[in-house]
Design a protein around this ligand. Structure first.
Ligand SMILES: [Zn+2]
Length: 196
């Protein structure tokens, strides 16, 4: 089997299939770059990744090696099998036109991860309203345990760091190189991934 690392250009996204038992490695080639990850059951796109269920069952907001990512139907979709960074976010939705309008005050906003995911997932029949909270690989969101205030900090990922998942069902996966300045320490960089 030929293994080829795939490239996602800065501020873009893609979608692809991953079969049950295959692994998906998400690589940050330059460091400090977030990748939003979504998945849907390839045989029934009504079943999607669920932040709420996953965090509920983990009883934690920070997930790492050994943690399963559940669907809205409480089935395991992915499991983290290797994690070089140890800090990812599963609280915040994909950045979008509205994120940039509301938080950054942009008058002509980029479509963000949300628009990139919506475009990439459209051929698979996934409608924009069905896009859930993404698992934000490498995104460093700190939470004040007393007030609940959240801060988006520079990712802890260094060049070449990766997180690796195993698929526990046949999946349609959406993946981006995140478009939000704050999430990526002010610089838009590419993301790479490998399915094997
Ligand atoms: Zn983003």
């Amino acid at each position: 089997m030929l293994l080829e690392t795939m490239h996602i250009a800065p501020r873009t996204g893609t979608a692809f299939k991953v079969g049950a038992g295959q692994t998906l490695t998400v690589i940050d080639p330059q460091g400090e770059q977030v990748a939003d990850l979504l998945c849907f059951n390839a045989h029934d796109i009504g079943e999607a990744l669920s932040s709420g269920r996953t965090l509920d069952y983990a009883s934690r907001i920070y997930l790492t090696t050994g943690d399963p990512l559940y669907s809205n139907r409480s089935n395991v979709m992915l499991e983290i099998v290797e994690d070089m960074v140890g800090r990812h976010d599963f609280l915040l939705t994909p950045c979008s036109k509205d994120t940039f309008r509301i938080i950054y005050g942009d008058t002509d906003p980029h479509q963000g991860c949300f628009g990139n995911l919506a475009g990439a997932l459209e051929p698979f029949g996934v409608l924009p309203d069905a896009i859930p909270i993404a698992f934000n690989c490498f995104m460093n969101v700190s939470v004040d345990g007393t007030t609940g205030a959240i801060s988006v900090l520079p990712p802890l990922s260094k060049p070449g760091d990766y997180i690796k998942f195993i698929a526990r069902m046949d999946l349609i996966v959406g993946l981006t190189a995140c478009s939000a300045l704050q999430s990526n320490n002010g610089r838009f960089k590419p993301i790479e991934y490998l399915v094997e």
